[in-house]
Design a protein around this ligand. Structure first.
Ligand code: FAD
Length: 460
């Protein structure tokens, strides 16, 4: 649905007010400003913002919206970087942040039942307090929510061993346009009855239904962890060491790659622990029982043998090394006040080609581009640093970005491993997906949302 309306009618406003009394709804432009944007940094003012506290309110809203063809834009913390929450066709923003209860954590079933607005780090902490482990850890987890993580299938630093959010979603309760509520899956860890509706909803960017409850899988927590920072003369040696690590039978729980540009940027920002001759680095984390970690550390050390510099720490001091990784984001802004951040993926064996290809694109356009990240998944964060007020630079960034996406696809990769499509990658989706696949997706959207009221214009 492309919406030609520009606001709500008086009677629609009245109906909304009856579902959302008091401050559970606003139409004040000053209050709605923040709901017009997200970390993707586009902007469009919504017609209204509602903040349901109950499933019944969501059902009533969806009944009204479907009947009156009002676009609904589900939203949680707005940390997605692809403008997936921007109401660019107008409509009502549905904030999920008031539905934020951890309903139960069951230590016998190893499951949690939560509302969508629960902050991911809060669930991880509560599970940890009970000796349980919820592994997905997007870098935004101290603010982003379970509903947002499910709808983007968020990954994180530990995905190489533990997988992504979708690997932990056992079931969902979802309100569809029209108000009907469906339950997919539940507390069981395996379930192959019928089509995988849970899987369809995971990563659907708010286009199929409103998630109002989620059953999540928990694991026993690892007892101990340790981290190695290994620095190499060049990236060929670093990436050979990555292959050696995997071939030695070790599955690290995190494996991060820093090329020369990132190390130079960090060195310009503050003190760094590596020698000036280092041209690439790996951060490798191992977890498990204490004896298994001790054993695996020995194996990793032999896999990175010949590196220029090695720093190893047990669990108590690991943060010293991980702090370096966390500094990449603030340090990157010393290269330019603005950033476009993509998250491409290539087959693991093609990482060197991707990093070198992106370097070539950066030189061709005279741009500062940092390409680094989750080397264990082939998931490379590509940060284009520039000044948004310079139209010439902006144009060059857009050209470089498109060339990078083409490069990645030529290498057999994907244009997104974590962030999704939203508005920002939508123009390029047909570069990756064929018309038959897109038609299937649009057909599925029609079955869930026949009038196209849910997050219109996003994704596919
Ligand atoms: C500093 C920073 C670091 C980040 N690090 C990572 C990272 O390591 N890994 C990663 O994968 N991403 C990362 N991201 C991106 C972002 O945090 C994730 O996409 C996250 O999952 C979004 O969660 P949110 O709660 O902010 O959701 P929002 O951004 O509010 O929404 C995301 C999508 O979910 C939909 N949605 C939200 N709630 C519901 C619901 N209840 N029902 C249906 N649809 C819903 C929205 O419509 C939207 O399409 C990062 C972002 C920032 C700013």
């Amino acid at each position: 649905m492309t919406n030609s309306r520009t606001s709500l009618s008086k009677s629609q406003l009245k109906s909304l007010e009856s579902i959302f009394p008091g401050d559970s709804m606003t139409v004040a432009p000053a209050e709605m400003l923040i709901y017009g944007t997200d970390a993707g940094r586009r902007f469009s003012l919504p017609w209204a913002v509602v903040r349901p506290e109950s499933v019944e309110q969501v059902q009533e809203l969806m009944r009204l919206a479907d009947r009156e063809r009002i676009p609904i834009i589900p939203r949680a913390r707005g940390t997605n970087v692809v403008s997936a929450c921007v109401p660019d066709q107008g409509g009502v923003v549905l904030s999920c942040l008031k539905m934020n209860r951890i309903i139960s954590i069951d230590p016998d079933d190893f499951t949690a039942l939560v509302q969508p607005g629960v902050v991911t780090a809060d669930l991880r902490q509560k599970a940890m307090d009970m000796g349980l482990f919820y592994p997905p850890d997007p870098a935004s987890m101290s603010v982003s929510t379970i509903g947002g993580n499910i709808s983007t299938n968020a990954g994180g630093m530990h995905a190489v061993k533990y997988g992504v959010t979708g690997d932990y979603v056992l079931g969902l309760e979802v309100v569809l346009p029209g108000g009907e509520t469906v339950t997919t899956g539940g507390r069981v860890h395996k379930n192959v009855v019928g089509l995988d509706l849970t899987g369809l909803l995971v990563g659907s960017e708010g286009t199929l239904g409103i998630i109002v409850k989620a059953w999540l899988k928990l694991l026993p927590g690892p007892e101990y962890s340790a981290t190695i920072l290994a620095c190499f003369e060049n990236e060929q040696k670093a990436l050979r060491a990555v292959q050696n690590i995997f071939r030695s039978g070790i599955l690290p729980c995190a494996l991060e790659f820093l090329p020369a540009e990132v190390m130079d940027c960090l060195a310009g920002y503050g003190p760094v622990p590596w020698p000036g001759t280092a041209g690439s680095a790996l951060i490798i984390q191992i977890d498990g029982t204490r004896p298994s970690v001790t054993h695996e550390l020995r194996t990793v050390r032999s896999a990175v043998k010949g590196c220029l510099h090695l720093d190893q720490t047990g669990q108590d001091e690991e943060d010293r090394i991980w702090a370096i990784r966390r500094l990449i984001n603030p340090a990157s802004f010393s290269l330019g006040p603005d950033k476009i951040s993509d998250d491409v993926v290539v087959p693991r064996g093609k990482i060197l080609d991707a990093v070198q290809g992106i370097r070539g694109i950066s030189r061709k356009h005279g741009l500062k581009i940092l390409a680094f990240g989750h080397v264990g998944d082939g998931n490379i964060h590509v940060n284009y640093m520039y000044d948004d007020s310079d139209p010439n630079r902006k144009q060059k960034v857009e050209a470089a970005r498109q060339e990078t996406l083409r490069l990645v696809l030529d290498l057999g990769g994907s244009m997104s491993g974590e962030h999704g499509i939203g508005l920002s990658k939508k123009p390029f989706i047909s570069w990756q997906l064929g018309s038959a696949e897109l038609e299937l997706m649009r057909g599925i959207k029609k079955v869930f949302d026949p009038h196209g009221i849910l997050n219109p214009g996003k994704g596919w």
